[in-house]
Design a protein around this ligand. Structure first.
Ligand SMILES: [Zn+2]
Length: 395
């Protein structure tokens, strides 16, 4: 039986994932809080672990053939771009764009929605990616608007990344229509990172409903779009964050693929690929809230993002990283449990000053907002300290 009763916290028996994990950070704009689903659990095993097991039954040669047939339909020889690849310059985008250009002989245009504040290593890796031989469209959103939306999303949803996620999600299909590129390929192996899935229900084609809405009832940062003027955000300001509107006929022309359906790779193998084939660098120190040095490195607000997730679900970045490494047999479950105990939920102090400046608030207000989002079934207060009610490392 697949069920996930939220007030009962459970941890996967195989890895260390929690049933509280959100099903990705893709937002549903027709609800105020934007989150609809959590990861699935089947007899104590999380969706991502089930996905790993099912992957062993796939005939990857046949899947690659399917991919090549689709690429053949879209490949152009007149010099114009034939595929759009959204990415940041992390290990996944490096692998995806390299293989499409140099193995499958496509002519990609890469597209990037800029982070809130680039880290030095993020900017370095972004350039290392382009230096492998790619054209790129870098969209840097109006910082004044982006800050206002981020502040609303932090204050009302404790989801400071919502505007980023929306901008990134909606930029690629809009640009594809504008540039008349009819194929978009995503490479993020998100089924492997805790979302999970049933391979018999997963398709290589992305559901395009996500990119399109004509509704006037959408929420941004927990605020109805008609109310945003009050916060100094005009209709024009909002435009880059909106899904495609009034163009349902044109969207039919777009084909949007998920590459992990067709090729057998994972975030770890992408890391080795990026290190060998580009000037991709990892941090000399571990990421806050985890023990790894190689994922989500490009934005000074990344650590805040993982921290807010920890507050809302009781599981953070170390859980995410350790669970994946258990599935890939890099570490054992026992090691993962210890790593989660040691690092999960670490406060993002490295860039905290910049985070407060970005959100335009003081420390007191920051903590007040954070504490108001601690769910009763996840947290208890002991004196002045907050403690998890349950964790994977507790007996
Ligand atoms: Zn698991």
């Amino acid at each position: 039986m697949v069920s996930n009763k939220l007030d009962k916290i459970k941890f996967c028996k195989n890895c260390v994932e929690s049933n509280q994990r959100f099903m990705g950070s893709i937002q549903h704009l027709d609800t105020k809080d934007g989150i609809k689903q959590r990861t699935s659990f089947d007899e104590g095993i999380c969706g991502a672990c089930n996905y790993f097991e099912q992957k062993k039954t796939i005939n990857w040669k046949d899947r690659e053939k399917e991919l090549i047939e689709i690429l053949d339909k879209y490949r152009r020889d007149d010099g114009s771009h034939d595929v759009l690849i959204p990415g940041s310059g992390g290990k996944d985008s490096i692998y995806l764009s390299h293989i499409l250009k140099y193995k499958y002989k496509m002519n990609p245009l890469t597209v990037t929605w800029a982070p809130h504040i680039y880290t030095d290593i993020g900017w370095h890796n972004f350039q290392a990616w382009q230096n492998m031989g790619f054209d790129n469209e870098l969209h840097t959103p109006n910082p004044l608007v982006h800050r206002k939306l981020t502040k609303l999303a932090f204050t009302n949803l404790l989801h400071p990344f919502q505007p980023f996620v929306l901008g990134q999600l909606n930029l690629a299909p809009k640009l594809a229509l504008e540039k008349k590129i009819n194929l978009i390929i995503y490479g993020d192996a998100y089924f492997e990172k805790g979302v999970g899935g049933n391979l018999y229900n997963i398709s290589g084609f992305q559901n395009k409903d996500l990119f399109h809405s004509d509704s006037e009832n959408l929420y941004f940062g927990g605020v109805h779009m008609s109310e945003l003027e009050k916060y100094g955000i005009s209709k024009n300001d909002l435009h880059p964050y909106l899904p495609i509107r009034n163009k349902s006929e044109e969207i039919k022309k777009l084909t949007v693929l998920n590459l992990p359906y067709y090729l057998n790779y994972n975030p770890q193998s992408n890391f080795y690929f990026a290190s060998e084939n580009s000037d991709f660098k990892v941090n000399p120190y571990r990421s806050e809230g985890s023990y790894t040095k190689y994922s989500s490195l490009d934005d000074k607000l990344d650590n805040l993002h993982f921290y807010t997730w920890f507050i809302k679900t009781g599981r953070g970045r170390a859980t995410e990283d350790a669970a994946l490494e258990v599935r890939n047999k890099i570490i054992t479950r026992e090691e993962a449990v210890m790593l989660v105990k040691k690092y999960d939920g670490e406060f993002p102090k490295k860039y905290f000053k910049e985070i407060l400046e970005y959100l335009d608030m003081d420390e007191k207000k920051f903590h007040k907002i954070v504490d108001s989002f601690r769910p009763e079934h996840v947290w208890k207060k002991k004196g002045s300290k907050w403690e998890l009610r349950q964790a994977v490392w507790m007996k």
